[in-house]
Design a protein around this ligand. Structure first.
Ligand code: FAD
Length: 357
C-alpha cells in the first residue's frame, strides 16, 4: 500500500489493519468528487480521493479553467479555476487524503466485503467507493518528440502549479489556448524569459491575447512545431528546437517547458469493473446513487438515471446522497441524514475546544 501500510496488511496476517482501510474512497477530484470529499469528511468518514490529474477540478481544470460559470449556487459569475480553488478549500476543511497524478486501474470487491483498488501507483482498501469519474481519467496531450517523456518532472510540465518555481528560469510554453496564453502572461514578470511556440492562431480570450502581444514574451507562430528537446548531463531540460513556417530549424534556451495543448479523457479501466452501463455512464439507483456493485456508488457526470442533468449543481446533490448512503453502508447504525453542517461543525469545534482544555 502506498500510504500507511502496516505489517498486518503486508503478509504478517491476512487481516488488514484498521489504519489501512478507508471508509470512503472517491475516484475523481472534479467538482463532484471535491464536494463528496468534503461531505464524507463532514460525516466523519476516513476519506481518500484519487485523480489521474496533477490538479483537482476535473473538466473545469482540464477543459475550461478560464471560462465563467453562472449556474453554481452562491456565485453569480465565477471563473471555473476560481470555483475549483474554493471547492478545494472546502474539501480540505474535511481533511481527506488526496492522491493526485494517480489513475485507478482496478476495482474488485473481496470476500471480506472490502473493496480493493489498484492504481498506477499502489493498492488501497476501502469500505465504500464513490465513482465521480466524469468522462474518464484526464491525461495531458503530449507532444511526440524523442526523449520528452523522460524529462517529465525534469523541466517538462503540463501545469504551471507554483509560479515561484519558474522564477528566473527560461520558460517555453507550447500551445495557443486559454491555459497557454494565461500562463505566458502570468509567468512573464517572474521568469527570466518566456517564449510561446504555437502552430496556428491563438484561441484564447481576446483581452489576454492582447496582453500577451503587448508583453515581452517571444511569440513563435503560426506554423511552429517542436522538433527536439535537449538535456544536460543530469538529465534536466536545457533547450528546445522547433521548426518555423518557413521550414527553418531554431534552438532556444528552455529550462522549463509547459506543454499546454489540452487533455484527453479515457473511461478505459472503469469499463472493465463490472458496472451496468448506459452508453458511457454508470447506471445508478436515483434514490441512493448505488451502482450494481455493493458498496460502490456513483455521482456526477458519470452517473445516469432517468431525467439526469449533467451539471455541477446536480453532481453536488448526488454527492450528498451517495455519501449518506455510503456511510450507512459501512455503519448501519449511522443516521442516513446527519442534519445541518452548522450543527455538525459547531459540535466538532466544541469537542475540539474541550479536548484542548
Ligand atoms: C466547456 C464546458 C463548459 C461547461 N459549463 C458548465 C456550466 O456553466 N455549468 C455547469 O453546471 N456545468 C458546466 N459544464 C459541465 C460540468 O463541467 C460537468 O458537469 C462537471 O465537470 C462534472 O463534474 P464531475 O466531477 O462529475 O466530473 P469531471 O469534472 O469530469 O471530473 C472527473 C475527474 O475524475 C478523474 N478520473 C476519471 N477516471 C479516473 C480514474 N480511473 N482514476 C483517477 N481519476 C479518474 C478525471 O481525471 C477527472 O479529474 C461544462 C462542461 C464543459 C465541457
Amino acid at each position: 500500500m502506498v500510504d500507511g501500510t502496516s505489517a498486518a496488511s503486508n503478509g504478517a496476517s491476512d487481516v488488514p489493519a484498521e489504519q489501512d482501510i478507508y471508509d470512503v474512497t472517491i475516484i475523481g477530484a472534479g467538482p463532484t468528487g471535491q464536494f463528496a470529499a468534503f461531505y464524507a469528511g463532514l460525516r466523519g468518514a476516513k476519506t481518500l480521493v484519487i485523480d489521474s490529474l496533477e490538479e483537482p477540478g476535473g473538466a473545469l481544470t482540464a477543459i475550461y479553467p478560464e471560462k465563467y460559470i453562472y449556474d453554481v449556487i452562491g456565485f453569480p459569475k465565477v471563473l471555473a479555476k476560481d470555483f475549483v480553488e474554493q471547492c478545494d478549500i472546502q474539501a480540505r476543511q474535511a481533511d481527506p487524503m488526496f492522491r493526485l497524478n494517480e489513475e485507478v486501474l482496478e476495482l474488485e470487491r473481496g470476500e471480506d466485503g472490502l473493496i480493493h483498488l489498484g492504481t498506477s501507483r499502489g493498492q488501497y482498501l476501502t469500505r465504500t467507493v464513490i465513482v465521480c469519474a466524469g468522462v474518464g481519467a484526464f491525461e495531458p496531450k503530449r507532444i511526440d518528440v524523442p526523449g520528452i517523456l523522460e524529462l517529465e518532472g525534469r523541466g517538462v510540465h503540463y501545469f504551471a502549479k507554483r509560479v515561484e518555481s519558474f522564477r528566473d528560469r527560461h520558460v517555453v510554453i507550447v500551445g495557443g489556448g486559454d491555459s497557454a496564453v494565461d500562463w505566458a502572461v502570468t509567468l512573464e514578470p517572474v521568469a527570466r524569459h518566456v517564449s510561446v511556440i504555437h502552430r496556428s492562431k491563438f484561441r484564447a480570450h481576446e483581452a489576454t491575447v492582447d496582453q500577451l502581444q503587448r508583453s515581452s514574451v517571444d511569440l513563435h507562430f503560426p506554423g511552429c512545431e517542436t522538433t527536439a528537446v535537449h538535456a544536460d548531463t543530469d538529465g534536466h531540460l536545457t533547450a528546445l528546437s522547433f521548426r518555423n513556417a518557413g521550414g527553418e530549424e531554431m534552438t532556444i534556451a528552455a529550462e522549463e517547458l509547459i506543454v499546454a495543448i489540452g487533455f484527453v479523457a479515457d473511461l478505459g479501466p472503469i469499463k472493465t469493473w463490472g458496472f451496468e452501463f448506459q452508453r458511457n455512464q454508470i447506471v445508478v439507483d436515483k434514490i441512493t446513487m448505488a451502482t450494481n456493485i455493493p458498496g460502490v456508488f456513483a455521482a456526477g457526470d458519470i452517473a445516469v438515471y432517468p431525467a439526469k442533468f449533467k451539471l455541477i449543481a446536480t453532481g453536488a446533490a448526488e454527492a450528498v446522497t451517495a455519501v449518506n448512503h455510503a456511510v450507512t453502508h459501512f455503519n448501519p447504525n449511522a443516521r442516513l441524514d446527519a442534519g445541518h453542517s452548522t450543527n455538525i461543525m459547531e459540535k466538532r469545534e466544541k469537542e475540539a475546544a474541550a479536548t484542548k482544555s
